[in-house]
Design a protein around this ligand. Structure first.
Ligand SMILES: [Mn+2]
Length: 298
């Protein structure tokens, strides 16, 4: 069992916003050690390690992180079609064996997270075909159907949040978008689940790429989430670094400032090539930092 972080660490983490980047963005380009060497001069405060516990050797990774003095803020849960094992990490399923396997996946990620000094993992709600109760043309699930399905999942989510809490890790429900899973695809969906659970170690996070598809308004979704918003993923609408397409990040930063957001902002870009990606990372980070400086976030 890994000890819960000290009060000192919690106080430091409560002060101001911090910036991280997802190692998943580089996963297919080069070995992790090479990525750490290339991104460490850029100025991120931490990295989010991808949630593939079977592919990662925690001891070796700790050594590599130490070599570049890189902190880990959390684990990026790998859900849906991007999962190494295929689309079988299903927390909304009537198949008990599949559910047990998804629960084990979260527990393994939580342990890896604690072992690397991280504090959070994102959870996404995917369902098996038995639960394909959505309207096929627009991939839409009726709100009352969603609530019925969430209620079934509450004991599972509560059990996982309790397990994570014992390791000093929080679970954050990440709404995606209708093209990956229509079951939890908006701030309102995630807040409904989090409110039904009412567990401190189970919060809500938002991802600007998905919000751009599903939310009526960035500002409204962030303000609606308020204190319940614990983590943010940043990418532009084409999933490049912020500032490389047309999402209005000044509105997003202003809204985060408006709710006194103080967690991590993790950049989650698609990196198309290993060739010279440092420039876009640097530009995207500086762009968000400059917006934050105009607010009271930094
Ligand atoms: Mn994300």
């Amino acid at each position: 069992m890994w000890p819960a972080p000290s009060l000192d660490k919690q106080i430091v983490e409560a002060m101001g916003v911090k910036y991280a980047v997802t190692l998943a963005s580089f996963k297919d380009l080069e070995p992790i050690e090479k990525t750490l060497a290339r991104i460490s001069p850029i100025g991120f405060d931490a990295v989010e390690v991808y949630g593939e516990p079977d592919l990662l050797n925690a001891g070796k990774l700790r050594g590599e992180l130490g070599k570049f003095q890189t902190d880990v803020c959390g684990i990026t849960g790998v859900w849906g079609a991007s999962a190494r094992s295929g689309n079988d990490r299903l927390l909304l399923t009537s198949d008990n064996a599949k559910l047990k396997s998804a629960e084990k996946y979260v527990r393994d990620c939580v342990k890896l997270c604690a072992e690397l000094g991280g504090r959070h993992m994102n959870v996404c709600l995917f369902a098996d075909t038995e639960l394909s109760v959505y309207e096929k043309t627009h991939l839409f699930v009726a709100p009352e159907t969603k609530l019925r399905i969430y209620k079934h999942a509450l004991p599972t989510l509560k059990g996982l949040a309790t397990f994570a809490h014992e390791y000093g890790v929080s679970l954050f429900l990440e709404p995606l978008n209708r093209y990956s899973t229509p079951f939890c695809s908006s701030a309102q969906d995630a807040l409904a689940v989090s409110d039904m659970l009412g567990v401190e170690s189970f919060g809500v996070m938002l991802d600007t790429f998905h919000m751009n598809i599903e939310e009526d308004s960035f500002d409204r979704a962030i303000r609606l989430s308020g204190k319940r918003l614990r983590h943010v993923h940043l990418a532009d609408n084409n999933r490049k670094m912020p500032g490389f397409a047309h999402i209005d990040f000044s509105t997003i930063i202003r809204a985060l400032d408006g709710i006194n957001y103080s967690g991590y902002m993790t950049f989650e870009p698609t990196i198309a090539s290993a060739d010279g990606y440092e420039d876009s990372l640097k530009k995207g980070l500086q762009f968000i930092q400059s917006l934050s400086k105009q607010s009271s976030l930094s």
